[in-house]
Design a protein around this ligand. Structure first.
Ligand SMILES: Nc1ncnc2c1ncn2[C@@H]1O[C@H](COP(=O)(O)OP(=O)(O)OP(=O)(O)O)[C@@H](O)[C@H]1O
Ligand SMILES: [Mg+2]
Length: 276
């Protein structure tokens, strides 16, 4: 055992660079540098130069790059309709990109289905419909383990240790839970696959500021175990404060990229996206 709850038997065990104060960066970058340079060619998970849209519709993403490295929390912010969810879906394989590529741990996975990406180690919590409301909390977690053929009870205990309220409510229907508790179920479900990387689309949507803080604390805790986290957030200020790396997307393009700290300090970013 490495002591790393989620990562035993997986790669990416280096916890040494995990940052929890949101005040550091593993690479010295300017707040407005090109995203690809900030991401680096060798990022652990990278959607690079992605251009594409839904079906035969117009392109939504334009040369968009997002990436995350071990020990990092990377945060994507931007106005409504900017293409944040679309970028996450593109990385997860839910829409076709006609330019660009997605790589995980050095492997080109651009052509893989979402199911196969889960098998490769991607955990994804979508923005909407991310739990089964008519199933119990525990059944939701069991569904999360669908790709596993081994004994997943230890992982379930780890999820319950991370989110104790879920242990208490494990026999309740997920649909009866509060918004914050549902988000915990959704994150827990994704963790049941023992992912190598966790992608969260607005994990704090619709919850109170106190619950948001608690969820962020839990997300930091997961990141500390070595799982890189790529997440979209509406609560831009708070999310950038815990971000090692931040992306501001506008109309499907990278508008600003840098460390969370740099973006929070950037006057243009503050004025346009953080309310001054
Ligand atoms: N399934 C879909 N089919 C066609 N177009 C879509 C689909 N989903 C989103 N779009 C369009 O793609 C664009 C980007 O939407 P997206 O949901 O990625 O934005 P977002 O940044 O996640 O916004 P929000 O902050 O509201 O979640 C919008 O113009 C939207 O109308
Ligand atoms: Mg969205």
């Amino acid at each position: 055992m490495s002591g790393n709850a989620w990562q035993d038997d997986r790669g990416n065990k280096d916890r040494s660079i995990t940052r929890t104060d949101g005040m550091g960066t593993s690479q010295p970058v300017k707040g407005t540098g090109p995203a690809r340079k900030v991401a680096g060619d060798s990022a652990f998970l990278i959607g690079e130069g992605m251009t594409g849209g839904y079906g035969r519709g117009a392109d939504i993403l334009h040369d968009c790059t997002i990436a995350v490295d071990p020990g990092e929390i990377a945060v994507i912010v931007g106005p409504n309709g900017a293409g944040k969810s679309t970028a996450m879906k593109a990385v997860f394989g839910m829409l076709n990109i006609h330019t660009g590529s997605v790589r995980l741990d050095g492997e080109d996975i651009t052509g893989l289905s979402p199911q196969d990406r889960v098998r490769k180690g991607m955990g994804f919590v979508p923005q909407t419909s991310n739990i089964f409301t008519s199933m119990t909390v525990e059944e939701n977690l069991e569904m999360g383990a669908f790709i596993r053929h081994d004994d997943f009870r230890d992982t379930m205990e780890q999820v319950y240790d991370l989110f104790p309220i879920l242990r208490e409510k494990r026999r309740q229907y997920a649909g009866e839970l509060s918004g914050g508790q549902r988000q915990q179920v959704a994150v827990g479900r994704a963790l049941m696959t023992k992912p190598k990387v966790l992608m969260l689309d607005e994990p704090t949507a619709g919850v109170s500021p106190i619950v948001m803080d608690e969820l962020f604390d839990r997300i930091i805790e997961v990141a500390r175990t070595g799982i890189p986290i790529l997440m979209v957030e509406q609560n831009a200020r708070q999310a950038l404060a815990i971000a090692d790396k931040g992306y501001v997307l506008v109309q499907g393009r990278n508008a600003y990229t840098g460390t969370g700290k740099d973006l929070l300090a950037d006057p243009e970013v503050r004025k346009s996206f953080l309310g001054g």
